[in-house]
Design a protein around this ligand. Structure first.
Ligand code: GDD
Ligand code: MN
Length: 373
């Protein structure tokens, strides 16, 4: 078997016959199967799917009893897929089946993952309402900002892609909610990703199942991917250390003031202690794999970077608050954000002298090539 097309379905009785036929027409001559993973709760969907499977040998149906969730349904499909290549596609004809043939051709050329994109020249996302387009844009930008492996993919939130099955061999996929492609991009093993343009159509029948709850799930999923993504974990740990510093700073400051230490003195002492504790934590955890120069030299460099960071924070704050009349709280947050980025990179390259991302032993970080057709 060459290709398994996994189609998750939830109450899609009006669409499944046409999508199965359309896939069959587009993949004529290929050895393929269409694997419906169905969570339907209505009366007829499962019957229609079962009779479809009885009629066509290329159709298989997995029904999950009492389970829901687009992402986990697709993972279930991956587990049962017989093809050496696996595609995912929606049942409602918003993902044009003709594109499957192009994807298969590109996979055969050797790409590990092929993603049809709405957002490269020749692509179009006409099938979403303006409000959904805006939310979808925000979701993409957030994912791209947080996750390095998602950054150069223009359409990472789509539910339409094809991959070699060995991309996920031995990988534990734990999607929260819908965005199975992001899960594959962050946790999978691959070298090459190709994007090809496509037009996202209007839904053929029925209504979208997207909900506010799924948008919250997306944020939870992003947080989980960010914590476990090998490329992004370091920045995550760095932010955790910084957060611990803020809390510790407040605690010591309050304690000292209660002990009748002068305010300025209390502030200087707590800042000094936090400088040391942040250094030790970053040395122990954030850059634990760094080639070690002398500890004293590292601390001096860390302290210098931090002092420059404070300067940057104040500069950005002043610029925002005075020149651009931004609210004083927002201005401070802006300063903190820019200073955090400075601190991270300056510490990475100067304090801990990292040349490039070290390869993790558990899972080598691939040189991923992203291409657009
Ligand atoms: N098995 C299963 N379980 N399938 C589900 C579930 C579920 O809980 N929820 C939704 N589905 C199926 C639907 O039946 C459909 O085939 C597919 O997943 C997509 O659901 P839609 O309700 O059509 O979503 P959409 O059109 O709003 O959004 C889709 O397209 C966007 C653009 O590519 C999704 O694929 C989004 O993830 C994507 O961003
Ligand atoms: Mn849809």
């Amino acid at each position: 078997m060459n290709l398994t097309v996994v189609v998750p379905t939830y109450n899609e009785k009006t669409n499944v016959i046409s999508v199965a036929n359309a896939i069959h027409n587009c993949l004529a001559g290929e050895s393929f199967e269409v694997l419906f993973v169905d969570d339907s709760t209505d009366a007829e969907s499962l019957d229609i799917l079962n009779s479809l499977a009885a009629k066509h040998s290329f159709v298989r149906v997995l029904h999950r009893h009492g389970e829901k969730g687009l992402g986990t349904a697709v993972v279930r499909g991956f587990e049962e897929a017989k093809g050496q290549f696996v595609a995912v596609m929606d049942a409602d004809m918003q993902h044009p089946p003709e594109v499957l043939a192009q994807m298969l051709e590109r996979i055969r050329e050797g790409y590990d993952i092929v993603i049809p994109s709405r957002f490269i020249p020749g692509g179009d996302d006409g099938g979403l309402s303006p409000i959904r387009k805006f939310i979808s844009w925000g979701a993409r930008v957030m994912g791209q900002a947080l996750l390095k492996r998602v950054r150069r993919v223009t359409d990472p939130t789509s539910g339409f892609f094809m991959m070699r099955k060995n991309v996920i061999q031995g990988v534990v996929l734990q999607p929260i909610g819908w965005k199975i492609l992001m899960e594959v991009l962050v946790r999978g093993h691959y070298q090459t990703v190709l994007e090809i343009p496509y037009c996202f159509h209007e839904r053929e029948a029925g209504a979208s199942h997207m909900s506010f709850g799924e948008q919250v799930n997306y944020l939870r999923h992003l947080a989980s991917l960010f914590r476990s993504s090998p490329e992004d974990r370091r920045f995550y740990v760095f932010c955790m250390v910084g957060g611990s510093g803020v809390i510790l700073n407040q605690l010591i400051y309050v304690a000292l003031v209660h002990m009748h230490v002068m305010l300025i003195m209390a502030s200087v002492i707590s800042a000094g202690i936090v400088l040391v504790s942040n250094f030790l934590l970053n040395d122990r955890f954030t850059w634990k794999d760094a080639a070690k120069a002398q500890k004293g030299a590292r601390f001096l460099r860390f302290a210098t970077v931090s002092v420059v960071g404070i300067g940057i924070n104040e500069l950005v704050l002043a610029l925002l608050a005075y020149s651009l009349s931004v609210h004083y709280l927002l201005a401070n947050l802006g300063g903190i954000a820019v200073a955090t980025i400075w601190n991270y990179f300056a510490n990475h390259y100067l304090t801990w002298n990292m040349k490039r991302e070290p390869l993790s032993h558990a899972r080598p970080t691939p040189e991923i090539v992203y291409k657009r057709a």
